[in-house]
Structure formats: structure tokens, C-alpha cells
Design a protein around this ligand. Structure first.
Ligand code: 3PG
Length: 305
């Protein structure tokens, strides 16, 4: 039984060592492919593996066909839009994620980016504070809940909307629930996106929605670039010179956004989950889930059926 860790963006070294330990302890063979630049390298590395641990690495039908023995793919992280679930199901390959394991890391980055933004990217000019500002959290999953927890520590007034989470559950977490995403954008000073990239959400953050934000509104995206309608957001930011867009996922139109000096910031590479702790939490969970599946058939956290 051979398990491959295939990560274009590598895990921290202690996480890799921990994964290797779990895999070898189970009597399986461990293999590592890091920082690869060509898909051909991935196709060659999967040839004889039974299981793969990935991050945002793309696992499509071609990769699965190159992995003749493949039984399971675990996305060490939350979003699994990088795995072709239909192709996996058709080939009887189980796909899992490790929900919640890297949520705190992403949430800490959100608040860090917000402080950076309201202090004018640390350029020395007088900025503003987060205390008392209305923060809207779009989707109240693991990351959204952690953002709420930390934002409350900053004294922010926290609101949330989640199409799949009842208002009572949001209120139970000490957060104001609003009726829909339109209300969230219209009421809040800052909106933080935590929605997955699905057929429903892709391009859904558009001019009509963001355009309802109050003067000086900040949109922060640590979710997926695909949820943004980039041409519309660019059009809006050209008209509304008060709005800011801060993101951890570089937009396709990065060069155009860069024209909005002082109102746009993107990390060079998605780094929300890029901490030793998150890598260890997610990586070890992925390794344990593979061992549990191979040895005992445990399919908890399976995301395809
Ligand atoms: C996730 O979905 O878990 C995050 O976006 C982290 O992605 P990464 O593992 O590519 O950093």
C-alpha cells in the first residue's frame, strides 16, 4: 500500500514528518512529491500509488487514470473544488477533506489582513480601528466561526449569513444572523467571504451585491477567486473610489486591480492555511483518514458518493 503526498505548495517539514510517521506505522509505503511545476511530474508520481494526500493540487480524470491503483484522495484542507468528484465516483475512488483542521490559520490571516488594511498597509498615515465596526461573515462554517470568535476579541459587531446554516445556530454562537447575503453587504462595513467555489457561488460576488456596501466598505476574500465576478468588481471599484478589495487568492485580473492603489491587496500566493500548525493538523488528519479507510473502511468525511 503506497501513499503519496503531492503538494505543489509544500507542508511545513514537521507536518511531512508526522504524515510519514503515521503512514509507515501503519505498514504502508510513503512517497513525497513537492514543489512540482509540471503536471507530467504528478502523472509519473501517481503511477503506482493507492492513496494521495493533496492541498490545492488538481486531481482530474487524467491524474486518476494515471493512478491505476488509486483508492482514495484526501484533500488536506477544506475546499475540494480542485478534485473532479464525478470522475472519482466513476472510478470508485473515495475523496475526503479534513474540515476545520486549518480554519484557525485562515481566520487569523483575515484579522491580520484587516488590521493591515485599516492602517493603510502600514504606510505611516493615520488609519482607523476595527473596534465597533460591523463585520459581515458570508458562510458560517469552520472558518467563518473562527473569524467571528477572533473579531469579537477586537470588539467588532459581528453579523453572518449562511444559506445552509439556520439563523438560530448563528445566534447561538453570539453572532447576529441576517436574512440574506444582500442584507449582509448592505449593513456591514467589512464583508469577509467564506463560501466554497460551487456552481451556485461562482461569480456570485458581483457589482449589484458589493455595490450596496456603505461608504468605505472593505471586501476581504480568503475563500476562492472563482466566487468573484472580477470584471464587475473592477468596474465597481472604478466608480466607487471608496471601496477596497483585499484577497488571499490572487485574481486573474491582478494587474487591473493593482491600478486601484491603496484600495487593493493580494498575497502573492494563497497563505491562509500556510502555518506549521494548520499543515500539521490537516496533514496528520489526512494520513489518519487514509489509514482508517484502508484498514477499517471508515468513510467519515467522504465528499463524493
Ligand atoms: C482550504 O480549502 O483548505 C484552503 O483554501 C487552504 O488551501 P491550501 O492547502 O492550498 O493552502
Amino acid at each position: 500500500m503506497k501513499v503519496l503526498v503531492a503538494t505543489e505548495k509544500p507542508f511545513a517539514a514537521p507536518a511531512v514528518a508526522g504524515i510519514k510517521g503515521i503512514i509507515e506505522e501503519a505498514g504502508f509505503e510513503f512517497a513525497l512529491l513537492e514543489k512540482y511545476s509540471e503536471k507530467a511530474e504528478l502523472l509519473a508520481a501517481v503511477a503506482d500509488v493507492d492513496a494521495i494526500i493533496i492541498r490545492s493540487d488538481k486531481i482530474d480524470a487524467e491524474v486518476m487514470d494515471a493512478a491505476k491503483n488509486l483508492k482514495i484522495v484526501v484533500r488536506a484542507g477544506a475546499g475540494y473544488d480542485n478534485v473532479d468528484l464525478e470522475a472519482a465516483t466513476a472510478r470508485k475512488v473515495v475523496v475526503m477533506n479534513t474540515p476545520g483542521q486549518n480554519a484557525n490559520a485562515v481566520a487569523e490571516l483575515v484579522l491580520g489582513l484587516l488590521v493591515f488594511t485599516v492602517r493603510n498597509f502600514y504606510n505611516g498615515k493615520s488609519g482607523s480601528e476595527l473596534l465597533g465596526k460591523k463585520l459581515g461573515i458570508l458562510a458560517f462554517g469552520n472558518v467563518g466561526r473562527n473569524v467571528a470568535r477572533i473579531a469579537k476579541g477586537f470588539g467588532m459587531d459581528v453579523y453572518a449569513y449562511d444559506a445552509y446554516c439556520p439563523a438560530e445556530a448563528i445566534e447561538a454562537a453570539g453572532v447576529h444572523a441576517v436574512a440574506n447575503q444582500g442584507e449582509l453587504f448592505a449593513q456591514c462595513d467589512i464583508v469577509s467571504l467564506h463560501i466554497p467555489a460551487t456552481a451556485e457561488t461562482k461569480q456570485s460576488i458581483n457589482k449589484a451585491l458589493v455595490g450596496t456596501m456603505k461608504k468605505g466598505g472593505i471586501l476581504i476574500n480568503t475563500a476562492r477567486k472563482e466566487v468573484i465576478n472580477e470584471p464587475e468588481l473592477i468596474e465597481l471599484m472604478a466608480e466607487r473610489t471608496d471601496l477596497k478589495y483585499i484577497t488571499d487568492i490572487m485574481p486573474d485580473a491582478d494587474a487591473e486591480f493593482k491600478a486601484f492603489e491603496g484600495r487593493y491587496f493580494s498575497t502573492p500566493k494563497k497563505m491562509g492555511a500556510q502555518t506549521a500548525e494548520a499543515n500539521t493538523n490537516a496533514g496528520l488528519a489526512a494520513a489518519n483518514q487514509i489509514v482508517g479507510f484502508i484498514k477499517e473502511g471508515i468513510t467519515k468525511f467522504q465528499v463524493n458518493k
